[in-house]
Design a protein around this ligand. Structure first.
Ligand SMILES: *Cc1c(COP(=O)(O)O)cnc(C)c1O
Length: 339
């Protein structure tokens, strides 16, 4: 029984999800005639209280589109040094939008409002790039699934308003944060100009993300999505998968979080482990004792058919998900308690 905790993107569609996909009504979504996709977009838009949502083949494309919407070439966005848009989108920020990133040295991928304010270039100082956008991430991926303090986001919104900056949320795992902090999608829709969410992470759909915003922005986003090659045709089956995921896999995210807590507790006791980052959602990041060779530890796990990811700089990561079952969990805790 392989236990694959490298990521929550590794899940396979369940029987119920496959059935929903097979029976979905479809049409050409480039003509906005896919009934299942139109229904999903309307559903998610209203969930967040935004006027329009657009489906994307990946979270990366949704984020890249948002950045393009809010910036002009030569300008600058502000994000944490751990941000996915900076670290893991292939340099798309510069390729697609011609903008640079002002990196903030935040805590676990999260910045304070005063850090954001200090990172803004004075608009009349024409030697520096013009700051036009702030991008936040919730939960933070490289930050170990940490959740933002909503009050701090409100303060950042105030900073953005004062300096006429756009505010985008990379919410690939926002669902996890909502469940963990008992917050609502509406609270996030109120604050951000644009929000991207993924169906292919904890929710367990095979493909898909959504970008949300007001009507005028999303009409522009439609053209950008087309330019990036993200206009797709009969994608009702993908919408059906995402819709099924929202119906059946949302509330259960709390189980993934509990399992991640259990894993962290066992790792904390292990002599091989130096430190475990606080676990708030479904991601566990930990460091080995310097005298334990990383390759040895990983090989030992591999011998038990356990896969984890190597984040570099001595950090290892485990992510719990839909396909990580109770039986696997019992088994893994046993293996780790001897590691
Ligand atoms: C996974 C992820 C994305 C989007 O990734 P895709 O693989 O392109 O769907 C964006 N932001 C964060 C924080 C992520 O974890």
């Amino acid at each position: 029984m392989q236990i694959d905790l490298r990521s929550d993107t590794l899940t396979r569609p369940s029987k119920g999800m496959l059935d929903a996909m097979m029976t979905a009504k479809v049409g050409d979504d480039v003509y906005a005639e896919d009934p299942t996709m139109n229904a999903l977009e309307a559903r998610v838009a209203s969930l967040f209280g935004k006027s329009k949502a657009l489906f994307f083949p990946s979270g990366t494309m949704a984020n890249q589109t948002a950045i393009k919407l809010h910036t002009q070439p030569g300008e600058q966005l502000i994000c944490d040094k751990y941000a996915h848009v900076y670290n893991y989108e292939g340099g798309g920020v510069s390729f697609n939008s011609g903008v640079s990133c002002q990196l903030v040295d935040g805590h676990r991928g999260m910045m304070t409002a005063s850090q954001v304010e200090a990172a803004i270039n004075p608009p009349d100082f024409y030697h520096s790039p013009l700051t036009s956008l702030v991008t936040l991430e919730n939960t933070t991926n490289k930050g170990g699934g940490a959740c933002w303090d909503y009050k701090e986001i409100l303060k950042i919104r105030t900073v953005c308003d004062a300096h006429d900056l756009g505010l985008h949320l990379d919410g690939a795992r926002l669902w996890n944060a909502l469940v963990a902090k008992s917050e609502t999608a509406l609270q996030y829709g109120e604050i951000f100009d644009t929000i991207s969410v993924c169906f292919s992470k904890g929710l367990g759909a095979p493909v898909g993300s959504m970008l949300l915003g007001d009507e005028a922005l999303m009409n522009k986003a439609l053209r950008i999505r087309k330019m990036l090659g993200g206009g797709m045709r009969q994608i009702g089956s993908l919408a059906a998968a995402a819709s099924y995921a929202l119906d059946h896999h949302y509330d259960r995210l709390i189980e993934d979080h509990q399992k991640a807590q259990d894993i962290a507790a066992v790792l904390q006791q292990s002599e091989a482990v130096l430190s475990v980052e606080p676990v708030e959602t479904n991601i566990v990041i930990f460091k080995l004792n310097p005298e334990i060779p990383e390759a040895l530890f990983l090989d030992n796990l591999k011998a038990h058919d356990v896969l984890v990811s190597d984040m570099g700089s001595g950090k290892l990561r485990m992510v719990t998900h839909l396909d990580y079952t109770e039986a696997m969990h019992v088994n893994l805790l046993e293996i780790l308690s001897k590691a």
